[in-house]
Design a binder for this molecule. Structure first.
Ligand SMILES: C[S@@+](CC[C@H](N)C(=O)[O-])C[C@H]1O[C@@H](n2cnc3c(N)ncnc32)[C@H](O)[C@@H]1O
Length: 360
């Protein structure tokens, strides 16, 4: 079943935002938090970023303090845009879960919040690097593992969650991950995934066609394709999840504003946080991709830094009513009788004699 809640409406712009050009306008929404350096975890240092994980040779996103800052901001954007809901963390109708898994948990923020919300559940977060957190609720466990390896958890899950896994897997690996999700869920258990598009979009023409921000999405897509990690998971996941055998596939799309340009208060808050998400995230999102797969030939670190500096400057322009698309898909593992029934239906339809030739 598809949810037709598609984000098509335009986000109305706040006319007062242009006072940002007034030198006295408080611009604290634009300030960037300074990362606290950490030498606790060693890893591969490349182009000034730390890639410290089980697949540091081929995983594109750094695992360092600057990146964790971006993860925090991304988490908040998702929460702000669901803040009218009793449970802003997920939409799957899971009410008294006992076992929950967060695949690619990053800093573990989602897993920790869900563990707080469901104290009777065990919430596991798994990622390629050791969790950069010192305190966790007692019912939250953060583990280091590669989800492309065979999953060894014994207890079946009521809910498996993934968020912003764009670029993590090639198409065959995605199939493998969804199959493992399917196999490790309870019958009737739910899979939920939230993804955001790398493309910067604008509905009202305020972003000029030749602005450098327009180059960001195509650059990321081209590098992702060259790396064999297509970055279009936001548009493919619904179908891939359905093909993996899930039923009741729901879909909700969002517009995540970038910057506080929207009139609506919730969008304004989300846009402010998303601006920080981009400011802290951009360098890490593109450094590996562009220095390895940049066009026409791999870029140098300095070229990437200059590019990101130019993007950041443009991102600060409050006249640009820009946003990125996001999509949430949640789907259920069928119960055994549903699987039997659908196998019977398939069998019946293949057994039917083909009368089309006779009719002619
Ligand atoms: C962009 S981050 C998103 C983190 C988190 N889900 C969030 O929304 O804040 C993607 C995460 O997936 C993890 N990841 C990628 N491939 C993985 C794999 N094969 N096994 C486990 N984790 C993986 C990365 O290390 C990274 O932390």
């Amino acid at each position: 079943m598809e949810d037709s809640r598609v984000a098509t409406e335009r986000i109305a712009a706040d006319p007062d935002i242009y006072s940002a050009e007034d030198p006295h306008y408080p611009d604290d929404w634009q300030s960037e938090t300074t990362s606290i350096g950490s030498s606790i975890y060693r890893g591969l240092i490349e182009n000034g970023r730390r890639y410290q994980n089980l697949r540091h040779e081929d995983y594109l996103i750094p695992s360092d303090d600057q990146m964790f800052e971006a993860y925090e901001a991304g988490h908040l954007v998702a929460l702000v845009l669901e803040s009218d809901r009793q449970n802003p963390l997920f939409r799957a109708p899971v009410h008294d879960p006992k076992q929950i898994l967060d695949v690619g948990t990053g800093k573990g923020i989602w897993a920790i919040d869900v563990a707080d919300m469901f104290p009777n559940a065990t919430v596991r977060g798994v990622d390629l690097f050791p969790p950069p957190v010192s305190w966790m609720p007692p019912n939250c466990v953060l583990e280091v593992d590669d989800v492309l390896q065979e999953w060894t958890w014994r207890e079946p899950f009521d809910l498996i969650h993934m968020r912003i896994m764009i670029g993590s897997f090639d198409p065959a690996e995605w199939d493998r991950v969804y199959k493992q999700c399917y196999d490790k869920l309870q019958p009737g258990g739910w899979l939920e995934q939230l993804e955001a598009s790398p493309c910067i979009e604008c509905d009202d023409g305020t972003l000029p066609a030749d602005n450098i921000l327009q180059s960001w999405g195509p650059n990321i897509f081209a590098c992702g394709e060259a790396a064999g990690r297509e970055c279009d998971v936001i548009d493919t996941m619904h179908e891939t999840i359905r093909k993996a055998g899930f039923v009741d596939v729901h879909d909700k799309t969002y517009k995540w504003p970038i910057g506080p340009w929207a009139r609506d208060q919730r969008y304004k808050e989300a846009g402010t946080v998303n601006f920080h998400h981009w400011m802290s995230g951009m360098e890490g999102w593109c450094m590996w991709l562009l220095t390895k797969f940049g066009s026409p030939e791999p870029w140098t670190k300095d070229e990437v830094l200059v590019y990101v500096a130019k993007l950041r400057k443009e991102l600060k322009n409050p006249r640009f009513h820009i946003y990125q698309r996001a999509r949430r898909v949640w789907a259920r593992k069928p119960f055994p009788d549903e699987i039997e029934r659908s196998a019977e239906i398939k069998e019946e339809s293949t057994e039917k004699p083909d009368v089309s030739a006779e009719k002619q």
